[in-house]
Ligand binder design. Structure first.
Ligand SMILES: C[S@@+](CC[C@H](N)C(=O)[O-])C[C@H]1O[C@@H](n2cnc3c(N)ncnc32)[C@H](O)[C@@H]1O
Length: 278
C-alpha cells in the first residue's frame, strides 16, 4: 500500500512513497518517518498501541520483538519498561532514524524480514507487529514465523488496517469506486485487518482478545494526507482522469469548509498466546 511520504501542505507537490520493502530504494527515510509520525498522532492509532501493550503485559527482564519497527517508538517503550527490546526493520534508513531518536534507550534495531526473523525457536516472550502485514507478500508465513520464535506462554499482538473500510464523502460514487479499486489493486495485502485472527489461529496460537479502532480524519485532512494520496495516486495510475481528480479534490475541500467532509478507516488488533507446555 502506498502512503504519502511528504508533508503535502495545501498546494505543495505531493510525493507518493511506499512501505513495501521492494520499493524501499525509492522511498526516502524522511518522508516515511513523517508519515509514521503523522499516524502516531492519530487517536485511533494511539488507542490500539495502548491496547496492545495492555494485552502483551510485558514484564521487566523479558525479551520483546517488534516486527517492522519503523521509527522505533514501540521498541523504546518496551526498553523503558525494562525488557530486552528488539526492533526488526528491513529499511536501513528507518533503523538509523530509530537509533538517532532513542539515543539513551537500550532498544536494539536489527535488519530482518517478517517471514525470516533472526531469532531462535521459542526464544522470545513478546511479539508485536503493527501495520506491517499489509505490505508483505506472505503474511500468513510471516505470522507462522512469529509463532516459531515465541516461547510457550509467550504473547503476541497483530495490528493492521483493512482498506476496504475506507469511506470518503463527498465523492461521485462511480469515481470513488475506481479510485478505491486502483488503490486496493496495488496493495500487497489490502484486506489485512480481517485476516489477522485466522492467521494467528492457523499458526497454532490461542486467541485471547480482539479490538478495532476507526480513524476519523479531521476536516483539515481534506487539504492533505490520505485523501490527497488517494486521488493523486488514482490519477497517476490512470484509474481516474485529471478532471475527475480535480473535481474530487475540490468537492471535499468545499465540504470541509462547511464541516461536511468525512474520511474514516478501520484498523483491527488481535492478541494471542502460545500454549504453555502442559
Ligand atoms: C506503516 S510502517 C509501521 C511501522 C511501525 N510498526 C509503527 O507502528 O509505526 C510499516 C513498516 O513495516 C516495514 N516493513 C515492510 N515490509 C516488511 C517486512 N517484510 N518485514 C518486516 N518489516 C517490513 C517498513 O519498512 C515499515 O517500517
Amino acid at each position: 500500500m502506498t502512503e504519502m511520504t511528504a508533508p503535502g501542505e495545501p498546494g505543495a507537490e505531493i510525493q507518493i512513497g511506499s512501505f513495501k520493502i521492494a520499493d524501499a530504494a525509492q522511498s526516502d527515510t524522511a518522508g516515511m518517518a513523517f508519515v509514521l509520525d503523522q499516524m502516531a498522532l492519530r487517536p485511533a492509532v494511539q488507542t490500539l498501541k495502548a491496547w496492545a501493550l495492555e494485552q502483551l503485559a510485558p514484564v521487566a527482564g523479558e525479551t520483546a520483538v517488534d516486527v517492522g519497527s519503523g521509527t522505533g517508538e514501540d521498541v523504546a517503550a518496551f526498553a523503558e519498561l525494562g525488557l530486552r527490546a528488539i526492533g526488526v526493520e528491513p529499511s536501513a534508513g528507518l533503523r538509523a532514524e530509530a537509533v538517532r531518536r532513542w539515543p539513551d534507550s537500550k532498544a536494539e534495531f536489527v535488519d530482518g524480514l517478517s517471514d525470516k526473523l533472526p531469532f531462535d525457536d521459542e526464544s522470545v516472550d513478546v511479539v508485536r507487529c503493527e501495520r506491517v502485514l499489509q505490505h508483505v507478500d506472505d503474511p500468513a508465513g510471516s505470522v507462522r514465523e512469529m509463532a516459531r520464535i515465541l516461547r510457550p506462554g509467550g504473547r503476541i499482538v497483530l495490528i493492521d488496517t483493512d482498506w476496504q473500510t475506507a469511506i470518503v464523502h463527498p465523492a461521485d460514487p462511480e469515481v470513488l469506486q475506481r479510485m478505491v479499486a486502483s488503490f486496493l489493486a496495488e496493495a500487497a495485502n489490502p484486506y489485512s485487518g480481517r485476516l489477522l485472527r485466522g492467521q494467528l489461529a492457523d499458526a497454532g496460537l490461542e486467541i485471547i482478545g480482539e479490538s478495532a479502532s476507526t480513524w476519523l480524519e479531521p476536516q483539515s485532512g481534506a487539504h492533505q494526507g490520505f485523501v490527497s494520496m488517494m486521488h493523486v495516486r488514482a490519477q497517476q495510475s490512470g484509474a481516474i482522469t485529471a478532471a475527475e481528480a480535480e473535481a474530487f479534490a475540490q468537492g471535499i475541500v468545499e465540504a470541509a469548509d462547511r464541516g461536511a467532509f468525512h474520511l474514516s478507516l478501520t484498523m483491527y488488533a488481535v492478541s494471542a498466546v502460545k500454549a504453555p507446555v502442559a
